[in-house]
Design a protein around this ligand. Sequence first.
Ligand code: AMP
Ligand code: MG
Length: 459
Amino acid sequence: MKAGVGKLLKKRFLYQFPGKSLKNPIRINKDIINVTGATMSVQYMCAGVRKVLAVIDSYYLSGRRSGDTISRANAPAALSVKEEPVSETNISQNVKARTADIQKSTKQDKKQNDNREGQSSEVKIIKQTRMIMGTFAEVSVYSKDEKTAGQAVEGALDEMERMDRIMSNYKQDSELSQMNKYAAKSPVHCQGELLDVIERSHYYSELSGGAFDITVSPLVTLWGFFQGKGHVPTDKEIEKVLPAVSYKNIVINKNTGTKKVNTVFFKNTQTQIDLGAIGKGYAVDKALEIVKKFGLENACINLGGNIYVLGTPHDKTAWKIGVQHPRNKGEILGYLELRDEATATSGDYERFFEMNGKRYSHIINPLTGRPVAGTIATTIVAPTGTEVDALSTSLFVLGHEKGLELIKKIPNVHAMIIYEGNDGKIIIEMTKGFADKFKKSPVKGEDNVKWHVVASHKQ
Ligand code: AMP
Ligand code: MG
């Protein structure tokens, strides 16, 4: 590195993080507590572990090869993680280490929580992590009252687990799976959170002109994302599935009949719902309600990079949320300074497969039936978890021109979109409101990145 460039980087770095140096850099989980866009799904770890176990089973233990060191007794044990169907992705090198860290930190947190019952004069951070919805869920609370804070953290995590039991389409007995099974035959009863999230999804479908659509499920399956085995379908296969994919196929009847029940009916026999693009954000909002019920005012709820921050960390003016670099793993583009707001990122690097040198991402354009190409990542800041989750996916599908036009019309919503420019460079565009909250970090390969701030909101 040229001496001048190093000096410049150092200056910028010190300006952003007073007290830090290049030798003592920003530490994720220390200086920056959470990172959006870092969905490191446990599904993919399970995929890897299963593959290894299958190889051991069929290759070594079957006797087809005389493994001189491996026997069933000393074969590696599967990691104790939740079982979910597996998918292909950019499996993170850090996942295993992170899981071990979490298991360790959860134990430590519990021990600390157990040791210090009740009130203390000092404000402390109480934090717990669990695997929920196939990803990491973490709730952190600052409080003097550790007992209440501990209960709030547990309650918030329990609430996110409850949402998973309602909205999962991997769990056969979830309310959603039952609806997917029967709603094309006859109207099924639907109430509470499931009805609420379906209605909100309808709103975002209308708002985005159909870019956001929870009936993409048959396409998610067709492209192999549900099963975790990437597959490029033929045009004919796509055309066959497309009539099933429209939010207009979902008929909601509220308070109908003498029994005054709400029902949902699918007009197309192949229609299926997938809440992957909104469920996590919704669950974060529900967890927030629990934290607030306990009277707490300073908290951070993170479900796989869908984050809500309440108040500020103790003695700080804002929560610092790192935004992951979409191409350089383990690096952040910068960080957001947030208070009483949510953020979420959708990325083409979170779940994808590559075929003949082409990347197919898990976010699908419901109108074409094909994975979105060109958009790399989108990050939204808005007042609620549901909004950021639904809008980050919507912006991803709409792309920078149409997408930012839409975002600029919505009050209190700020966005950043990263996409491939014609010259192969990565273009990062953000609204003025986003730029005001975002502090850029020096990143590797700066020459290949163009930054733009676009006009502020049209309100
Ligand atoms: P997110 O990471 O929040 O952008 O959500 C992506 C997930 O939502 C995918 O893995 C699919 O399960 C589902 N999905 C894909 N495309 C769409 C779409 N256009 N609208 C709604 N959900 C989608
Ligand atoms: Mg989303």
